[in-house]
Write a protein that binds this ligand. Sequence first.
Ligand code: ADP
Length: 342
Amino acid sequence: MWNEVKTNLSSAKVYLKEFLFFNAIFILLLFFIVENKIILITLIALILLFGLIFLNVVGYKRNRELKTIESVISGIRKNTINHPEEIKLKENLHSLQDEIQQMFEKERNDIEYLKRLERMRTEFLANVSHELRTPIFAIQGYIETLLDGAIDDEKVNKYFLDKANQHTINLSNLLNDLIDISMIESGEMRMSYRYFDINDYLSQIIQEMMPIAREKNIELVYHPAKEGLQLFGDKSRLKQVFINLITNAIKYTEQGKVEVLIVEESKYGKIIIRDTGIGIPQEDINRIFERFYRVDKARSRAVGGTGLGLAIVKHIVEAHNSKIEVKSELGVGSEFSFKLKK
Ligand code: ADP
């Protein structure tokens, strides 16, 4: 009991100054009012006694509050609290209770986020290793076959070399895309926005891509916008967006055409890349922008895809405060579009 009183009083020490101040005022008043010494001393003793009892009660309450706070914090630390509603303090500590509940929620969300990042990192590493292994194994296989004698067989030696060469191209595409994506995701991609003439810019890109379309017998058409239309963006980053989107449109189209057109709106120019290709199943549309997601892995690899092209496109378009949209119908074609500021 005495120990408890000691703890209470020591806890109430923080109010000692106020306690002494008010006691001193009372005692001073008594000096003026009470003349009888015995009554005066008795009253002073009573004031001090009640003061101490009061301090003891205050200390007791303070201790209980601190204990509840301590047990809440230790519950959070030891993970025995699973829900913010389990954090309960006394009524007079409601605002502190709210703060702790919010801190708990934020900490839980941060941990969830970090765990998700960690899962994504592991998944990404597994994907990268797998993607690297595929062309390296293939190149190794072709070279071994050639060394084992196929090099002297005129019927197959060039075919094997061609195949090995194709896989080295895939490998180099993959490495380039990996460098781009890691630069973009680590925030190292510096953007440099300017107004530029969209017709000049897109006509040049289309010219550069014409041979790839011709090789597949696909018509590549650019429908120019109003003469002199200026759009705002980073030309060199956007070039990668257009190359990836137009290459995909050609890659995933067996016959027909790929069109690039601009729809002018009041504040934006909407750029559309449309093809008459194989289309994308509805259930895959929301996933094609994920790293390494392909609708048909074998087909993508066969046409030199890395599975990173659209992830890069999405990052760059979003860096322009825009959003990439897709419409597609299986067997009919696909349409990718995004807006740039006028
Ligand atoms: P990839 O290197 O495999 O082409 P992308 O990230 O560029 O990777 O595209 C992801 C997937 O989206 C592709 O594997 C393909 O299945 C699908 N895709 C992208 N563009 C088109 C398109 N124009 N038509 C049909 N499918 C497409």
